[in-house]
Design a protein around this ligand. Structure first.
Ligand code: SF4
Length: 217
């Protein structure tokens, strides 16, 4: 079986398992989505939601965060990892949005990736979940599952994104990145798995009898 056939199996199983997808990070507009995605680096979505539920009812525009200033932003997000760096990014990006983008979140990868604290993965999530643009944000979890399912050669997240985009139809990308994340959280966790238990692996590799090990992300 080749990777195209394995991709078809993965898509079929994930669509059946997760027919309805909800976005895990809570937000009230594209700007707060951007902030939540930025906060979620090295931090769980649950933790981010717990913190932002006390912020977004009151502060949800770039002007609000500019007015708050870095120290107050730090206080608001101090339960989140590397909060000082993230507070600095939030403050600076709010200023840039006001000065250069008419207080709006830009709709291109190029402009998004120029914002402080915003890398390609964050930009992809905003393009996908905020603007509905077909994107395939790949983090280390998606990278791990794509390796285990034989959909990529496992070099790095950049290569994995290229490989997954070739294998799956564009219209599936936005849902699929969330479906893979959900599957990873529920079944295919970071600890070692030897590819012999779930339907995805037993269907993709029906003749596998011995445990396998994949490279770490
Ligand atoms: S068998 Fe292991 S590697 Fe395969 S999908 Fe299940 S948890 Fe993931």
């Amino acid at each position: 079986m080749n990777e195209i056939q394995r991709a078809r199996i993965v898509l079929r199983i994930l669509n059946k398992k997760y027919p309805k997808i909800s976005v895990p990070l809570k937000s009230r507009n594209v700007f707060t989505l951007l902030i939540s995605v930025l906060l979620s680096a090295q931090c769980t979505d649950v933790n981010v939601n717990n913190v932002t539920k006390n912020i977004y009812p009151k502060y949800y525009k770039p002007q609000h965060f500019l007015k708050l200033g870095r120290k107050k932003i730090e206080n608001l997000i101090k339960k989140i990892g590397i909060f000082r760096v993230k507070a600095k990014s939030i403050y600076n990006l709010s200023k840039i949005l006001i000065d250069k983008h008419n207080s709006k979140v830009p709709k291109t990868f190029e402009e998004l990736e120029k914002l402080p604290g915003v890398g390609h993965k964050t930009a992809s999530v905003v393009m996908s979940q905020g603007f509905g643009y077909p994107a395939f944000p790949v983090d280390t979890h998606i990278h791990r599952l794509a390796q285990r399912w034989g959909l990529t050669n496992g070099k790095n997240v950049t290569q994995t994104e290229i490989d997954l985009k070739k294998l799956f139809p564009k219209k599936s990308w936005n849902n699929l990145h969330l479906q893979i994340i959900y599957y990873g959280r529920e079944y295919c966790k970071a600890r070692d798995c030897y590819g012999l238990t779930c339907k995805i692996c037993t269907s993709c590799y029906p003749s596998r009898k011995k445990p396998i090990k994949t490279k770490k992300a």
